[in-house]
Design a protein around this ligand. Sequence first.
Ligand SMILES: Nc1nc2c(ncn2[C@@H]2O[C@H](COP(=O)(O)OP(=O)(O)OP(=O)(O)O)[C@@H](O)[C@H]2O)c(=O)[nH]1
Ligand SMILES: [Mg+2]
Length: 321
Amino acid sequence: MTERPAVHNGLVTTEDQAGAALNTEAEGAPYRAGFVAIVGRANVGKSTLLNGLLGQKISIVSPKPHTTRHKLLGVVNGARFQAAFLDTPGYLSNERDSLDAAMSRQGASALAEADVVMLVVEPRTLGDIEMRFIGQIKTLRKPAILAINKIDTVVKRKLLPVMAAYVEAHQFADIVPVTALDGDGLDLLLNRIEEQLPEGEPIFDPDLLTDRSVRFLVAETIREKLFLQFEQEVPYFVAVEVEEYEEREGDQPDYIRAVIYVDRDTQRQMLIGRDGSALKEVGIQARQEIETLVERAVYLDLWVKVNSKWRRKAGFVQNQL
Ligand SMILES: Nc1nc2c(ncn2[C@@H]2O[C@H](COP(=O)(O)OP(=O)(O)OP(=O)(O)O)[C@@H](O)[C@H]2O)c(=O)[nH]1
Ligand SMILES: [Mg+2]
């Protein structure tokens, strides 16, 4: 009847990573370790990139902007380095007040903590939002790497003027075109990040993948399925909490009770759908992914409740749409 602890040991850890980081005494290049903030416009693929670099999905992804609401740590261990990535919520609005308010929260705190900044962009945009981030990077005087993601969506000759615009805008330590979706360019990107990390001992235990609990990852997985299944505004008015997580012995599936909080009863009805069919589908999709995450069978008991106070407390990102 114990609850699952933070994500450690084997549960969400790759053995390759854990083994690789232990060898800090070896001859040769110095060991490097530090925080890398992943920042950028909403929907450019920051979370997809983090998952690709980790070789494991911990950060939820959807085609809609503002999928990520919370800063999320993901630790990558190499032979001679440890990179502690911080995924952040992206920004969409060009409006100064809204952007500033958002920047002063999660993204800004990740930037402040970071030893290296990774600005993620699409191969077509150097807009106000990118210029804002570049402004922050210059003020903070931190080494920055530009990851131009989604290069599968453009022909090469369209990439060159984008790169030229960024070269003009800032002296990036490196500019690396990647396709996070299929892993193309990620090895090179990781090499470039390693070069920018400060010398030092590992910050985290090599078997730690993220500091978030399994409960958090389960709630996030449910939120992702809501993003994927519902149209437009629906995912933006929900918050998800895992109320109970009970590990069970032997072949019995673990029991998880999760609540989706909404503001109004009309929203609750929309989520449940006719005969409960919409919610059932979310439950099936989420359960399958949770089972992959925890590597055992689970029973997911999913509820929808109206409680706007709780939803606000749960960290809903407001004023950004
Ligand atoms: N074609 C293509 N699509 C990608 C690539 N990387 C990510 N995507 C898609 O872009 C969309 C957004 O991806 P996310 O990883 O959620 O983007 P994000 O920057 O974390 O978004 P927020 O959390 O909302 O700021 C998803 O539909 C991804 O599948 C890529 O390399 N190529
Ligand atoms: Mg994201």
